[in-house]
Write a protein that binds this ligand. Structure first.
Ligand code: SAM
Length: 270
């Protein structure tokens, strides 16, 4: 591996991460891309959804039937890998869910990774839609909910490209804790900005949809300083992603496919 790539991996995605602000608890465990790569290498599900894909790096190792949604793809080569199917939708996640693709094809989501627009109202909608289309025993992962500076948690994206931006999706952690205590929410300490794994999903639940107005009226205008950095970080303990990986990603046990159902593609002609 080239030295620059090793350095980038050690620092996280951008390689340009700033120092943490006082009071923040940065996630210092395995990087989220390594976690997802190991997960996809070990576990295939009937249908994997990724919202916010850009280059396809995070879904490239998936061996599941995969659906990727992003209004602006900038794909690397070799994103197909060993997937039996890859469906890409160059549109917003709202447009994708409104398209009826999942319903028309009778697809239920086994695992979803939500990494699209980093604003609370968007991630809340993405969560509601992914849960509604989830199959029994599935899981949803939320990215970037653990900022480590005030600047990266601002609602305005930085004008300069390459700076880390989590926006205000940190709010999903206290929102789910308050409005959906029935869910199991684990915050994995994946570098650089955490990975939240939500299980115990209930596709029939309408709690978040009915409370959306109240949730956004209360949480929309808040910033992390107003909510309290210490209060936010006191709300959870990081789970070690290495232990989750070593345990075989047990949170997907109910939806993992038998390995014989996911044969590797076979080269057929020159
Ligand atoms: C941080 S990048 C995702 C990176 C990728 N998941 C990875 O880890 O390598 C966020 C992506 O969300 C996409 N995005 C922004 N608004 C979106 C929306 N409304 N629906 C879906 N994707 C959106 C952006 O175009 C961008 O490619």
């Amino acid at each position: 591996m080239k030295a620059i790539e090793r350095l980038r991996k050690a620092l996280g995605r951008s390689g340009r991460n700033p120092a943490p602000d006082p009071g923040f608890r940065p996630a210092t465990g395995m990087s989220y891309l390594d976690f997802l790569r190991r997960l996809h290498e070990q576990v295939a599900v009937g249908c994997y959804l990724e919202i916010g894909c850009r280059s396809g790096e995070s879904f490239a190792p998936a061996r599941s039937r995969t659906i990727g949604v992003d209004p602006f793809f900038s794909l690397r080569p070799q994103v197909m890998g060993a997937k039996p199917e890859l469906h890409l939708f160059q549109m917003t996640s709202d447009a994708f869910f409104a398209s009826g693709f999942l319903e028309r094809n009778g697809l239920r989501l086994g695992f979803s990774f939500l990494d699209g627009m980093h604003l609370v109202e968007f991630l809340l909608r993405d969560f509601v839609n992914a849960e509604r289309h989830g199959g029994p025993g599935g899981a949803i992962a939320l990215h970037d909910c653990c900022p480590f500076t005030h600047a990266m948690a601002a609602r305005e994206a930085p004008a300069r490209k390459g700076l880390p931006w989590t926006g205000d999706v940190w709010k999903l952690i206290p929102i789910l804790g308050r409005w959906r205590p029935d869910l199991k929410v684990q915050v994995l300490g994946c570098r650089p900005t955490g990975l939240v794994i939500v299980t115990g999903l209930d596709p029939e639940s309408r709690v978040l949809t009915e409370a959306e107005g109240a949730i956004l009226a209360e949480f929309g205008p808040l910033d992390l300083a107003g909510y309290g950095v210490e209060r936010f970080y006191a709300g959870f303990d990081y789970v070690d992603p290495e232990a989750v990986a070593a345990g075989g990603f047990a949170f997907l046990d109910a939806v993992r496919l038998d390995p014989s159902a996911t044969p590797a593609p076979v080269w057929v002609s020159p």
